[in-house]
Ligand binder design. Structure first.
Ligand code: MG
Length: 362
């Protein structure tokens, strides 16, 4: 047995490393919700999830008032069992973001324990496909940046050997979007993957119009063009354009991904390990996507996603947005345009305990 003897949850606020804006919001701060779990075999697992500035205390309350007190006495090796026990106890508030984020903090702590117990890194324990995965950059493509700054960022990504970069779209005038994209495409040439992200800001009719205007730019994907609950709109858009439609960062259950995949509404799956409820459901979504011959390019959280993309055969890209530098002792390893999954046992993130203490707000 590896019985859970104690567990705790706390909230750590991290300042954003760069100003980040898109068509609908700004990244205000990273509210990082940690869960630590101690077990009878002398291990301590650390898991986490996050928000981009609101709702972190609601996640923490759900954990402290309800989920964490359920953990002592359970067998930490039974990850599916613990996940379902907690999920079943929250039926009246699921499927939902707050609950999924809380479940993810527990689930990632259990996976940390699983890997520590095995003395193996996450990328191997979760599947072990290959260690190095291609990176694309998002940090140079925010919506408030001018075309000159976008070009500068894109050229820096290219010089670093990265294969792709992402630009935010959704300017009020379609021509402005096209001009910004064209400036970048002309600067980087036709070999680099250029992705665009509208952050759910458009109607289906507008997204179809924009996709047509983007056609000349050879885009690698068109991300979150519509609100995530408009599956029909995504189906119509996917049928109207040859640009792959990328979705997933605003989905909170395996079933939501099934609906998109079954209906041909997703060309790229961007499942986010925090928002979907942890590594356990993340892997289910990745395998589901594989069955539909669809690639997985997860949203944000590169420090965790590097190991998960490395674990599965249909992992295609890791998104470069560093946000843990202030509370970790080493950065994600990057070589020749690829991120390398950590080889240390556990999740592979070396936390800086003092820095975390300094930033703990609840
Ligand atoms: Mg996005």
């Amino acid at each position: 047995m590896s019985t859970i003897t104690a567990a705790r949850a706390y909230l750590v606020d991290l300042e954003v490393e760069t100003e980040r804006t898109d068509a609908v919001q700004s990244f205000l701060k990273q509210e990082t919700v940690f869960v630590e779990i101690d077990t009878s075999d002398g291990l301590r697992g650390t898991g986490y999830s996050y928000t981009i500035g609101t709702g972190g205390r609601a996640v923490l309350s759900l954990l402290r008032d309800h989920l964490v007190p359920m953990l002592p006495g359970l067998d930490a090796r039974g990850i599916e069992s613990v996940w379902m026990t907690l999920f079943s106890s929250t039926r009246a508030t699921t499927v939902g973001a707050i609950t999924s984020l809380a479940l993810a903090a527990v689930d990632t702590a259990l996976w940390d324990l699983k890997c520590l117990r095995a003395g193996a890194p996450l990328w191997e324990e979760a599947g072990g496909f290959r260690r190095a995965v291609p990176l694309y950059d998002t940090e140079g493509g925010w919506l408030h940046l001018g075309a000159d700054e976008l070009v500068r960022g894109a050229l820096a990504s290219k010089a670093a050997g990265w294969q792709g970069l992402k630009l935010k779209v959704g300017k009020p005038d379609l021509r402005e979007d096209v001009e910004r994209l064209r400036a970048v495409r002309e600067a980087v040439g036709d070999r680099m993957h250029v992705m665009v992200d509208a952050n759910q800001s458009m109607t289906a009719a507008e997204a179809i119009r924009r996709a047509r205007a983007f056609d000349e730019l050879d885009l690698y994907w068109f991300e979150e063009p519509l609100p995530a609950d408009d599956v029909d709109g995504h189906v119509r858009l996917a049928q109207a354009t040859s640009i792959p439609i990328a979705v997933g960062e605003s989905m909170y259950s395996v079933g939501q991904f099934r609906d998109y995949l079954q209906r041909g509404a997703a060309g790229i799956v961007q499942v986010d390990v925090a928002r979907v409820g942890g590594i356990t459901p993340w892997l289910k979504v990745a395998h589901l996507a594989e069955a539909f011959n669809v690639a997985v390019c997860p949203h944000f959280l590169m420090e965790l996603h590097v190991s998960l993309v490395a674990a599965v055969p249909n992992g295609r890209y890791v998104e470069h947005i560093p946000q843990l530098r202030s509370i970790t002792l080493e950065e994600m390893e990057i070589s020749d345009g690829h991120a390398l999954a950590p080889t240390t046992p556990g999740l592979g993130i070396r936390w800086n305990a003092d820095a975390i203490d300094d930033r703990t707000v609840a």
